[in-house]
Design a binder for this molecule. Structure first.
Ligand SMILES: [Zn+2]
Length: 416
């Protein structure tokens, strides 16, 4: 099913760029980037603006109970499940203007372009803004899409707390985005996400389109280290159970595992909490967050096994106990070959140089891959800098991938 002029269909680049730059004014950071934490006042502001943009383009917006926003462009057969385009409008605490934002606003630009050209699709197209992708305020990342995909339940999603102990559910009510729709549980035809690469590969290769074929396998652990408080003076060295020493050994050991599997493997301690964290007292408890990644699932499992062996060693050497409080894994789900092929074919048909690439970061797409055929497209970002206010993209680096996204989605939405 084709429409007149479809093969020459291109987005309106300057319009997309001005939309991205308007978003970049909402929740400014201190160094030219954004600080637009999930469910903050600035998140509410960009949500309101996004809703206005969508409604002005004739797309009604619905909101589910976790604040996920769905802007729908109706299809010729409204009963068919929609093709989704999505990403996120929230940012890191010192984040960039493009991470996630490009993916959502590309969806809006595609709808605007289809409207301008009178292009109808067989299936509906929905543009999604996922709540709390970053997890910078409410851990973990990708919480709302994980509930949509049935990985976690609604009560879990609403009960996430920020550092002040405020719940996700309370903040959602406060900003007026606790919608009525159930979270997930409906048929989706396919999910496409365009995102900045967040690494230097495309930028260095000067290739505008990354065809994401899958992701690094990721394992994460939150580990409690349990010792005992005592006086930092009189307590003999042999009698100490210093939880912070155990945490420090974990940090060094986890880093060593990363070096062992470098360059493909990455292994990081990202966060340590220490109690009571007071002068003069041997710490009784520490909590260490660990993040391990490798393109090969079996290797990341091996890295996880080495982490468990490390804990055994730490227990002996630091005279502490350890317990895994939380663990997670993702990225091994894989993307849908036919959807990935639609992306590659669209890039080739449009004459855009492209390469296959793996994602090293987490994205809502990995949750969606559990419930619907999914593919991702990467565009370059300057020097791969991201999760940093200096994050930058050039307009000409973004537009080709948006055209690719549009044609991949059109082909999927129109298939018989
Ligand atoms: Zn992102």
């Amino acid at each position: 099913m084709s429409s007149p002029g479809e093969n020459t269909l291109r987005i309106d680049g300057p319009r997309l760029w001005s939309t991205i730059m308007r978003s970049a004014e909402v929740g400014p950071g201190v160094a030219g980037g954004l600080r637009r934490l999930a469910l903050s006042d600035s998140d509410k502001e960009i949500r309101d603006i996004f809703r206005d943009w969508c409604e002005a383009a004739g797309l009604p917006v619905t909101v589910d109970r976790l604040g996920n926003m769905f802007a729908r462009r109706e299809g010729q057969e409204p009963g068919l499940p929609p093709v989704m385009i999505g990403s996120h409008l929230d940012t890191q605490i010192a984040g960039g203007r493009f991470d996630g934002i490009v993916g959502v606003l590309a969806g809006l630009e595609i709808a605007r372009t289809l409207n301008d050209r009178g292009v109808q699709t067989r299936r509906p197209i929905e543009i999604v803004n996922w709540s709390n992708e970053e997890g910078a305020r409410f851990a973990p990342p990708m919480s709302a899409s994980s509930v949509f995909a049935g990985v976690n339940n609604l009560a879990w999603g609403l009960g996430r707390t920020d550092a002040e102990g405020v719940t996700f559910g309370a903040e959602l009510n406060r900003i007026g985005y606790a919608g009525p729709l159930p979270v997930g549980g409906r048929d989706i035809d396919a999910y496409f996400e365009l995102h900045i690469e967040q690494g230097p590969i495309l930028d260095q290769a000067k290739i505008p389109v990354g065809v994401v074929t899958g992701s690094y396998a990721v394992r994460g652990f939150v580990t409690d280290v349990i010792g005992e408080t005592s006086h930092a003076g009189p307590t003999p060295m042999a009698a100490r159970k210093n939880a912070l020493v155990g945490a420090a050994m974990i940090a060094v050991g986890v880093n060593d595992i990363g070096w062992k599997y470098s360059p493909d493997g990455k292994s990081t301690v990202t966060r340590i909490e220490n109690w009571p964290n007071l002068v003069g007292i041997v710490p009784s408890r520490a909590q260490v967050t660990v993040d391990m990644r490798h393109p090969d699932l079996e290797t990341v499992k091996q890295m996880g096994a080495e982490f468990m062996a490390l804990l055994e060693d730490v227990r002996k050497r630091a005279n502490v106990e350890t317990a895994i409080a939380e663990d997670w894994s993702y990225g091994a789900e894989g993307f849908d070959e036919s959807c990935v092929a639609l992306v590659r074919d669209a890039a080739n048909a449009l004459g855009h140089e492209n390469m296959d690439i793996l994602s090293q970061a987490g994205h809502d797409a990995f949750n969606m891959a559990r419930v619907t055929p999914t593919a991702m497209i990467f565009c370059p970002c300057t020097d791969g800098i991201t999760h940093n206010e200096a994050e930058n993209c050039l307009a000409e680096d973004v537009f080709p991938s948006v055209d690719v996204l549009m044609h991949a989605v059109l082909n999927r939405a129109n298939r018989l």
